[in-house]
Design a protein around this ligand. Structure first.
Ligand SMILES: NC(=O)c1ccc[n+]([C@@H]2O[C@H](COP(=O)([O-])OP(=O)(O)OC[C@H]3O[C@@H](n4cnc5c(N)ncnc54)[C@H](O)[C@@H]3O)[C@@H](O)[C@H]2O)c1
Length: 419
């Protein structure tokens, strides 16, 4: 039983089905479960043919009926952990999932939380499960935390090949979770306690966010200095030890980096009475990048005798990173919003993002287009925000009158500048 059939839950349920479990993918979104039941995968990492095959074989079943949770042996919670309006952790999805699950809890079962969250959450879940079911975590059923490390689109480090951290509320819970995951992944790494595993996941993602912030902050400085930040990053990246290269960009997005860093700093504030200054600053730097992109664009257009107000700007790639269709927290929405505020007409091209999403909040009012020669030529400027492999970059350089490449993808020329 996997609760939540999104980027994390669906690949896990499919992997469990392939490993011989009878997997039920439960999700409150009835549209999603209907799509899944029809054998169509909305997640890039799960092939629809694979999904349809497992469904036909009776090994996988999508359901939006809470009653289908009855009789499970293992339940994994993989629901969203977003930020509330005040930018603090919003655990309402996890809490709701725990309440639903609590109704169907039996002695001896294993419950695992996989959602990324702050230290202490799994114990909060234990309390909800106990309140609803009357059963004790550890004493009556097993409870574990195992953070998901999936990197959508990564073909090398998959759910199966990426080592999996596992911690339990007690030793028996940890061992039950180890036994479950050993059947699904190549390597299971036991961790001392729940809080260590919860914090390890936040550290992984925050480390990346902070390092990206560093190179993002370097980008304007490099420009003032008259050197290419991309060449600096590549040069430093040749050091074979002690340095991990990170690349600048228009900001960080997705459900992980921008969110998890704030979960971490918030948790430090709650426990120690002091937020993490470095982490908060990194978030601010990353959040400032869309404004920097727009300022650069305004400057470049002015140099070409064009005002941003009234100009047509084509954004290439609306997802938060290359080769995915995930627009959550995508810097493209902030760039589009700032451009619109300044009176620009905004077009967005992204083969991975559904047209209905391209016109969703954040992108509202902006025209979804294809990156074809006529459209590229018609725009006053093209901004590469997510460098999907699906774009034809020769076409872009050939037809666009000006390109601001925020991903260091294109060769520079009179008409192509990089961040
Ligand atoms: N997306 C990633 O790359 C990634 C990687 C590692 C970890 N995570 C973490 O995994 C968790 C899930 O992220 P995701 O990207 O899979 O989210 P998602 O939005 O893609 O999927 C979550 C699904 O849960 C469903 N859901 C919400 N409340 C529910 C409930 N009470 N019962 C049943 N279903 C419910 C939603 O309808 C949705 O389909 C988050 O904590 C995230 O931080 C995500």
């Amino acid at each position: 039983m996997v609760i939540g059939q999104g980027y994390v839950g669906l690949p896990l349920a499919v992997r469990a089905a392939e490993a011989g479990h009878h997997a039920i993918g439960y999700d409150v979104d009835a549209d999603r479960t209907r799509t899944l039941a029809a054998g169509t995968s909305p997640v890039e990492d799960v092939d629809s043919i694979r999904l349809a095959g497992l469904t036909a074989a009776g090994l996988y079943r999508a359901s939006d009926r809470p009653g289908d949770l009855a009789g499970f042996d293992v339940a994994v919670i993989a629901v969203p952990t977003p930020l509330a309006a005040d930018r603090t952790p919003d655990l309402t999805f996890i809490e709701a999932a725990a309440r639903t699950l609590g109704e169907h809890l039996r002695p001896g079962v294993l419950v695992v939380l996989e959602s990324t969250t702050y230290p202490g959450t799994t114990r909060q879940i234990a309390r909800i499960l106990q309140e609803v079911s009357g059963l004790n975590a550890g004493g009556d059923f097993h409870l574990a935390y195992s953070p998901e490390r999936i990197d959508p689109g990564n073909r090398v480090w998959t759910l199966q090949t990426t080592p999996k951290l596992v911690a339990g509320i007690d030793a028996a819970s940890r061992d039950a979770a180890i036994a479950f995951y050993q059947g699904l992944v190549d390597q299971v790494v036991p961790v001392a306690d729940l809080e260590t595993a919860e914090l390890a996941k936040l550290l992984e993602n925050t480390t990346r966010a902070v390092n990206i912030a560093l190179v993002n902050e370097l980008a304007p400085f490099c420009r003032d200095l008259g050197v290419s930040v991309w060449e600096v990053v590549a040069a430093a990246g040749t050091k074979p030890y002690g340095h991990l290269a990170h690349r600048p960009g228009p900001g960080v997005g997705g459900h992980c980096l921008p969110v998890d860093s704030l979960y971490l700093s918030w948790a430090a504030g709650q426990v120690s009475g002091r937020r993490l200054a470095l982490v908060d600053l990194a978030c601010q730097v990353n959040e400032s990048m869309p404004a920097y992109v727009v300022a650069r664009l305004e400057q470049a257009l002015a140099g070409r005798g064009t005002k941003l107000a009234g100009a047509t700007v084509l954004l290439l790639g609306l997802a938060y990173k290359a080769d995915t269709g995930d627009v959550r927290e995508s810097p493209a929405a902030a760039v589009a919003g700032l451009l619109a505020e300044k009176g620009a007409r905004v077009w967005g091209a992204d083969p991975h993002v559904d047209v209905h999403l391209r016109t969703a909040p954040g992108f509202a009012g902006h025209m979804p287009v294809e990156a074809d020669p006529a459209t590229l030529a018609a725009a006053d400027a093209v901004v590469v925000l997510a460098d999907h492999a699906a774009f034809d970059y020769d076409l872009v350089t050939h037809h666009a009158s000006y390109v601001l490449d925020c991903r260091g993808r294109l060769p520079l020329s009179e008409t192509v500048e990089a961040l």
